[in-house]
Design a protein around this ligand. Structure first.
Ligand SMILES: NC(=O)c1ccc[n+]([C@@H]2O[C@H](COP(=O)([O-])OP(=O)(O)OC[C@H]3O[C@@H](n4cnc5c(N)ncnc54)[C@H](O)[C@@H]3O)[C@@H](O)[C@H]2O)c1
Length: 255
């Protein structure tokens, strides 16, 4: 395979899906760009993954809610490509996200805006910034992170703003997939159920046990199990998936 660069947002959280995805794609031979809020940590995680897997790697800061920050990250990556330290961009994986367990009538506009901004607007801004390079190359893979909460109305941890933001990502994915279908770029999404990460801030062992009991497979997913599906969606083999969504929920939502 031609070596290409995969750009992954939200990729520095220990035990997170983004870091597991960067590791899996580097293992598969991709060059990786690690983008997350903290510049030094993004650079450190990229350097470690690059060294462990023998692939080019670069990390820098991004706040996916801030267009200037997204464009600065895009420009920094473009410089790495132009100067030959990274191969051309072939994939963008929008993983940065936050959730919120606040009941609807206790939410306020600030919370709604924040959850929408990181999950939905972030996916929009990052995709818009990096898509032109893939269109120019005539090949690309975009994978967007939705959630089972978008399909079943929460019911795991995240409530109304989170479910709404993750549902926006499903519509975004399909409409963009249709629009760029003749460019060589595929756009797809995934809807994981509960994954064993630190995102459910303030969760309790009782709630985690209740979540697991609601899953036919009887446990939450590992981050590696999510990364494996992302690896497939970014592969040559996934060439006929366009505007598709893949459920990864242990049977907790079948439809
Ligand atoms: N863990 C689950 O059960 C689960 C299930 C379905 C979907 N998801 C989604 O998967 C994604 C990753 O979640 P996770 O469980 O690994 O959580 P996590 O909290 O470990 O990782 C989220 C990452 O996003 C980053 N981030 C947050 N705000 C950002 C911003 N404004 N700009 C850039 N980066 C930002 C964080 O720094 C962190 O590295 C999220 O989009 C989440 O909604 C998670």
């Amino acid at each position: 395979m031609t070596q290409r660069t995969a750009v992954i947002t939200g990729a520095t959280s220990d035990r997170g899906i983004g870091m597991a995805t960067a590791e899996r794609l580097a293992h598969d031979g991709w060059a990786v760009v690690v983008l997350d809020l903290d510049a030094a940590r993004s650079a450190d995680v990229a350097a470690r993954i690059g060294a462990e897997h023998g692939v080019p790697a670069f990390g820098t800061a991004i706040d996916v809610t801030d267009e200037a920050s997204v464009l600065a990250a895009r420009d920094a990556v473009a410089t790495e490509v132009a100067e030959g330290r990274l191969p051309q961009i072939g994939a963008v994986i929008n993983i940065a996200g936050i959730t919120s367990p606040v009941p609807f009538l206790e939410t306020d506009l600030a919370l709604w805006n924040t959850v929408m901004a990181v999950n939905a607007t972030g996916t929009y801004l990052v995709t818009k910034a990096f898509l032109p390079a893939m269109i120019d190359a005539g090949w690309g893979r975009i994978v967007n992170m939705s959630s089972v909460s978008a399909q079943r109305g929460g019911g795991v941890f995240g409530k109304v703003p989170y479910s709404a933001a993750k549902a926006a990502i499903l519509g975004f994915t399909k409409a963009l997939a249709r629009e760029v279908a003749d460019t060589g770029v595929t756009v797809n999404s995934i809807t994981p159920g509960a994954v064993d990460t630190n995102i459910r801030v303030g969760t309790t062992p009782e709630l985690e046990a209740r979540i697991a009991a609601d899953i036919p497979l009887g446990r939450t997913a590992s981050t590696a199990e999510i990364a494996a599906v992302i690896a497939f969606l970014t592969s040559e083999d996934a060439s006929y998936l366009q505007g598709s969504n893949i459920d990864i929920n242990g049977g907790s939502h079948m439809h």
